[in-house]
Design a protein around this ligand. Structure first.
Ligand code: BGP
Length: 469
């Protein structure tokens, strides 16, 4: 297998999931939620320590270097960097920390890729202004983004405005798996729009600072879940169409084309739930599109026609009035996380990006397999033999390589995650890393997949062919 030169062989984490809450003045929504209801989190483990990256970033980055990663994504926590949200004045300890982390990555030959928001809204902005429902919060976010560019763009060249904005919508405003755990379709739609606008306003700041001339680029990271219908019937295919519009194209179109899909707008208008927007905002979204796309791909979305026709519904608006989940018989599952494994979808995503989104430069910004009780796979030397992860990555890279050979502009593959990290409600139940973490002692040990990936990176993917033999 051949991959382009300078391919990113790396991994991704986030500030709130790795750093721990050490020396943070403000709380993000997860810090707050855990303080209120620790019982909501697996084994009552919260984000207080996470994987201790705040204290052990030097050792952790050395381990990442040891497994051959040439690029790593993490995120800046708004609630750590900023002292006063209205003025975006900084917390100096936060600035010092991120400076040290960025420098340490670079000194170790690892390209730091920085995301500005990984679900971790400062809780004060939710309490005072209603969080992402508020357009004022969008402007505060843009100020924070500008501050990050000022502080770090001399060394950070790859910027992302949001990780998985759709998860903020789904988790916080529809299906109650993230704070503020509201169920309200109309609010969810406004939040989706506001996040698209917030991303464009951050990019506007980036553009005004002319950072492209300094070799920087900016994008968004989207979780794409290609939709496949239970059958080719008209009804199932119309479920596919809406699932695509809502789950994938809402953010793809706004980020890349600078406008929302017409068909989606007409459905939301017919249902009387369309967002509130202005012409001035439309111009900002149109003029400040992304230059690079991150694709988080974990699982496909299998759908079928909804049991009840959308027209007969009187309940509040939910997107799944237009599709039902389809539990396809015989599908291959990662039972621990409950997600289907379907590597070919990465090829299908590449095709859509190439044919319908101008073949924009993109990379796989997250891919991975969360497995519980990985100590089941410890060998006599104390190393986790995660052959399933090696198999999983290999299959995804095979499809990716085929897509690249056919012209996809994909420039990298990042596993979720370098070192086992804290995960929202699941805490440390499912492990994703190349490197394990004993959360009681914070002892970090490279897994078999870490050594294996080192070889993949060193040979720019050629060793994958041997592995298959
Ligand atoms: C993505 C998030 C990550 C990470 C990952 C694994 O949606 O961007 O933050 O959490 O999923 O999922 P989980 O942690 O729920 O197992």
């Amino acid at each position: 297998m051949t991959f382009p030169t300078n391919f990113w062989w790396g991994a991704a984490t986030s500030g709130p999931q790795s750093e721990g809450r050490f020396k943070k003045k403000h709380r993000n929504i997860f810090d707050y939620w855990y303080d209120q209801s620790p019982q909501d989190f697996h084994a009552q483990v919260g984000p207080d320590v996470a994987s201790n990256f705040y204290n052990s970033y030097e050792e952790d980055i050395l381990l990442m270097k040891e497994i051959g990663l040439n690029s790593v994504r993490t995120s800046i926590q708004w609630s750590r960097l900023i002292d006063d949200f209205e003025t975006a004045s900084v917390n100096q300890e936060g600035v010092d920390f991120y400076n040290r982390v960025i420098d340490c990555f670079i000194e170790n030959g690892i390209r730091p890729v920085i995301n500005l928001c990984h679900f971790d809204l400062p809780v004060e902005l939710l309490e005072k202004y209603g969080g992402w429902e508020s357009k004022y919060v969008i402007d505060l976010y843009a100020k924070y983004a500008e501050k990050c560019f000022e502080l770090f763009s001399d060394r950070v060249k790859d910027w992302f405005t949001f990780n998985e904005p759709m998860v903020i919508v789904d988790g916080g405003y529809l299906y109650k798996f993230h704070y503020p755990k509201i169920v309200d379709g109309k609010k969810a739609i406004q939040v989706a729009y506001n996040l698209a606008l917030a991303s464009a306003k951050a990019i506007q700041k980036f553009n005004r600072m002319k950072l492209s001339e300094k070799g920087c680029r900016i994008g968004q990271i989207l979780n794409l879940t290609p939709s496949y219908g239970a059958s080719s019937s008209k009804e199932d295919q119309s479920a596919v169409e809406f699932s695509e519009l809502w789950c994938n194209r809402l953010f793809l179109d706004s980020a890349i084309k600078g406008e929302f899909p017409e068909k989606l707008i007409s459905v939301l208008r017919k249902d009387e739930v369309l967002w509130e927007s202005t012409e001035e905002e439309a111009a900002i979204i149109k003029e400040n599109t992304i230059q690079v796309l991150g694709v988080n791909f974990y699982h496909p979305h299998r759908v079928k026609q909804p049991e009840i026709s959308p027209d007969s519904l009187t309940v509040d608006w939910m997107p799944n009035r237009y599709f039902d989940e389809y539990d396809m018989p015989g599908r291959r599952m990662n039972v621990d996380k409950g997600w289907e494994i379907y590597p070919k979808a990465i090829y299908d995503i590449a095709k859509v990006i190439k044919e319908e989104y101008g073949n924009i430069d993109w990379f796989v910004s997250e891919s991975g397999m969360g497995v519980s009780r990985e100590d089941r796979y410890l060998n006599a030397d104390g190393m986790i033999e995660d052959n399933y992860r090696i198999q999983f990555i290999t299959e995804h890279l095979q499809w990716l390589e085929k897509a690249i050979a056919e012209g996809a502009n994909c420039f990298g593959y990042h596993l979720w995650t370098p070192i086992d990290c804290w995960s929202w409600m699941n805490a440390y139940r499912n492990r994703y890393g190349f490197i394990s973490n004993d959360i009681h002692t914070q002892t970090k040990t490279i897994k078999k997949s870490g050594y294996w990936f080192k070889e993949v990176a060193a040979t720019n993917g050629k060793s994958l062919t041997d592995y298959q033999k």
